[in-house]
Design a protein around this ligand. Sequence first.
Ligand SMILES: Cc1ncc(COP(=O)(O)O)c(C=O)c1O
Length: 447
Amino acid sequence: MLPVRLDRTRPEPLPAQLAAAVRALVTDGTLNTGDRLPSSRALAADLGVARAVVEQAYDQLLAEAWVSTRHGAGTFVASGETLPTQPRAPRPAAQAPRYIHLDAGTPWIDPRHLAGWRRAWREVSTATPPRGYPDPGGLAELREALAERLARTRGLTVGPDEILLTSGSTDALRQLLGVLGPGGVLVEDPGYRAAVETIRVSGRDVVDHPALAPVTDLTGCAAAYVTPAHQHPLGRVMPAADRLALLAAARAAGAVVVEDDYDSEFRYDVAPVPALAALDRTCVAYVGTASKSVSPSLRLGWLVAPPEVHERLLHRRAITHDTPPWASQRALLTLLRDGWVDKVVRTARRVYADRAPRVAAALEPHAKLAGPLAGMYSTWHTSPEQAAAARAAARAAGFDVRLLEQYCRTADLSGLVLGFGGVTDAELDRALAAVVSGLRGEEPRKR
Ligand SMILES: Cc1ncc(COP(=O)(O)O)c(C=O)c1O
């Protein structure tokens, strides 16, 4: 089948989208002269559209000489001499190939939960927004609901007034960096790329630190950005001794530990590890996100900062109005109150608990797992050649997999970071087959 995705929310009609996608596959070399396109019936079934959609797209491509037909034999990519050469508007060559991303950060949101989501937004549409600028801390009722949830799920006992609503983890980090004293920021290497970029843009130095080594000295640093519950991307839980060493180093240097608690709820073997902030609130800024339990597109998160930093943030936000939109906060409030978030987390945890061992069973004969199986991705150590071959094989099959080296700055590691939350079971099976064939050193096979 073709690595193509149609998007019903886009204004272009589906046949035009499909024709554009096929043109892009020809111009980027995924499809070559003489390659046979799937039958209109098969492609329609694969894409979940009416057969007429594919027939219209093929007719258009035929009229433009991108494809040719041989009676009874099917539709083929046209030969070089007959391929259109004139640039056209919009130019298909400008389109990047579309892959299904095995992204480490995309969660599984069960489509069966859509009704609850819609209900929450209906409620938003009938609620009355505040008349003036919103509370700089965020919606008060939402902070109450979050305080209850943090105590219940993360062992973190905080009052609603100690919570600030943010537009996600990177926004929390950006806002923190705006009020901390001078100094660089220690970051795990390999580590979260968005955090590194956020620190760079703030003008502060990124201080690389080997991801699995204890942090014992934060002299000259304003902060340390860490993922203690599930090191991103190596997966390890920070050992207790390393937690204590990190807190001691932060206290000694007057630095803040930014605890990115992005996916700790998704443990399926043991209960989630308690938050670092539960050990010491005076030097830890706890950063949570709705991106895993609700949706990354919601752009909502929460921040529990040390009291003094919290005051500075509140003061600044009262001037800048740097709070997330009221409507999203109001929707999250309903989703929490309705028990929707708990339900989505429970369902997703079951899905990951099923998929993670499937991924492990497929890859273990060829690669070494980093960290325990947890969350919605797993990381695999391989040789650089194997990793490149696996990525190429995945791409030929229409999937994009990240290389471990993409998360490294000075660390010298090779392998794959394979997300399994944002795909269907059938897509995951196809992707795994391709990745394994690449790891085995087989020639990439196009779909
Ligand atoms: C390490 C890490 N932190 C945080 C997030 C979520 O970030 P945000 O809340 O900005 O969506 C992700 C998502 O992939 C992540 O991988």
